[in-house]
Structures are given as structure tokens and as C-alpha cells.
Write a protein that binds this ligand. Structure first.
Ligand SMILES: Nc1nc2c(ncn2[C@@H]2O[C@H](COP(=O)(O)OP(=O)(O)O)[C@@H](O)[C@H]2O)c(=O)[nH]1
Ligand SMILES: [Mg+2]
Ligand SMILES: [Zn+2]
Length: 137
């Protein structure tokens, strides 16, 4: 990290600010509590905070992310970004298939036949859930 500008990002509540404080005790990044109801972490760091360790070393602590929703990707195109799911999508009955519940879905069939791992399919569904129907530009 020395002699560079470093930005720390990642899911909120995982301990980014605590780790930076441990690495650089002279810095004093605000540390938050993990929300007990959602377990997802509160956004204690509400804006990115830039601090100088020395003249050539800069640390930026960022609020982090609560969930991952790729910007500008349509629900029906998300599967194109999963290299292990993509090979099956052309065999779905509907070319707008989101592989969630549609009949004749080749992706669901591939999951059932263990050609696609269940964990990866759940990751796909988790992200799908966060995508708006119409991207807001
Ligand atoms: N058990 C445990 N708690 C930690 C650890 N690191 C941070 N915490 C706690 O997790 C909460 C969130 O930490 P914080 O540094 O604010 O996370 P950030 O949102 O990623 O910056 C705080 O209550 C910390 O005290 C760790 O290694 N173990
Ligand atoms: Mg933080
Ligand atoms: Zn499908």
C-alpha cells in the first residue's frame, strides 16, 4: 500500500474500517455496528474518506456495498454474464427467459441435471432479485 493511493471497498460491516485502523493506528476511521436485524451492516461510513498516511501514501475508506446490482444490465441479459449459465440460455423456450420460473427453461433443467452448480444458480438469482426491470440512467 505504501507510495500508492489505495481505495478499500467491499460489503459493509465486514470490518474494512477496523482493519485500516489496525494497520494504521494513527488513522481514525469510524467503525460501525452490524445491524442485528438485517445482519447486512449499517452504512456507518456514509461517504468515502481520504486520509494521508505519509506524503506518498493515501488511504480511502469507502462505505462499501450492501448488495450487488449491476448497473445497466437488463434482467433478461444477466445470464450472459455467467459463463457457466450462458451456454444453456439459447435452449430456453422464451428468448426473454430470466431462468426464474418460466416453463421450458433450459437453465433450470441444467441445474436439475447438475450441469450448473446450485450455488452458482443461487448467486444468479440473488443478483437477479436486485436488478430493476427498467434501468434508471
Ligand atoms: N468479531 C469481529 N468483529 C469485527 C472484526 N472486525 C470488525 N469487527 C466489528 O464489525 C463491525 C463493523 O466493522 P467496520 O470496521 O465498521 O466494518 P466496515 O463497514 O467494513 O468498515 C464493528 O462492530 C467492528 O467492531 C473482526 O475481525 N471480528
Ligand atoms: Mg467502514
Ligand atoms: Zn431460461
Amino acid at each position: 500500500m505504501k507510495n500508492s493511493t489505495n481505495l478499500f471497498c467491499g460489503q459493509s460491516g465486514v470490518g474494512k474500517s477496523s482493519l485500516l485502523n489496525a494497520l494504521y493506528p494513527q488513522l481514525d476511521f469510524r467503525v460501525g455496528e452490524v445491524s442485528e436485524t438485517s445482519n447486512k451492516g449499517k452504512h456507518t461510513t456514509v461517504a468515502s474518506v481520504l486520509q494521508k498516511v505519509d506524503n506518498s501514501t493515501i488511504i480511502i475508506d469507502s462505505p462499501g456495498i450492501r448488495e450487488f446490482a449491476p448497473f445497466g444490465i437488463m434482467r433478461e441479459d444477466l445470464s450472459h454474464h455467467f459463463s457457466d449459465i450462458y451456454p444453456y440460455v439459447n435452449n430456453c423456450k422464451f428468448n426473454t427467459c430470466t431462468h426464474l420460473h418460466e416453463p421450458g427453461c433450459a437453465v433450470i433443467e441444467a441445474v436439475e441435471n447438475e450441469f450448473i452448480s446450485v450455488e452458482r444458480y443461487y448467486s444468479y438469482l440473488n443478483i437477479l432479485e436486485n436488478i430493476e426491470d427498467i434501468p434508471k440512467y
